[in-house]
Design a protein around this ligand. Structure first.
Ligand SMILES: [Fe+2]
Length: 141
């Protein structure tokens, strides 16, 4: 699990925090020793990593949720925030296409996600949370 998940990543908005907590949980599960990569045809051939795909799918869902909140709250910094979402998905996509493996190369994948989270959550997500609370689009919680 990335050490960033032990830090206070709360934004004050429950739906944003739920996404971050889910990502921390998923990161912990994906990199547990002995987790088998599920493949349609059986054995993992260490191409197009399915764990990276699972991570991307979860993050993409979180991002859509946040981006809907941005629209709802008429958030003024959405271009930058959306770009940051796009940036990590692109980075993971490139890694997957280059056959980075979340088992063999787990330290690299964890580091990339933890590094991004360590900057994105305290800056971008917290600013969005504050805006949503100030504009009373969400209740604190
Ligand atoms: Fe975000």
């Amino acid at each position: 699990m990335p050490t960033i998940c032990t830090a206070d990543l709360s934004t004050g908005v429950r739906d944003i925090d739920r996404g971050t907590e889910g990502l921390c949980y998923l990161m912990g599960r994906l990199f547990e020793p002995g987790v088998e990569c599920r493949r349609v045809d059986g054995q993992c051939d260490r191409t197009q990593c399915t764990r990276i795909s699972a991570l991307m799918k979860f993050m993409d869902r979180n991002f859509t949720h946040q981006e809907n909140l941005m629209d709802e709250a008429d958030y003024p910094h959405q271009d930058h925030h959306r770009r940051e979402h796009w940036r990590i998905l692109e980075q993971l996509r490139h890694m997957r296409d280059a056959n980075v493996c979340a088992d063999r190369d787990r330290a690299v994948v964890r580091e990339v996600v933890a590094h991004w989270m360590g900057s994105h959550v305290p800056h971008c997500d917290r600013a969005l949370g504050s805006w949503a609370l100030t504009r009373r689009v969400r209740e604190p919680g």
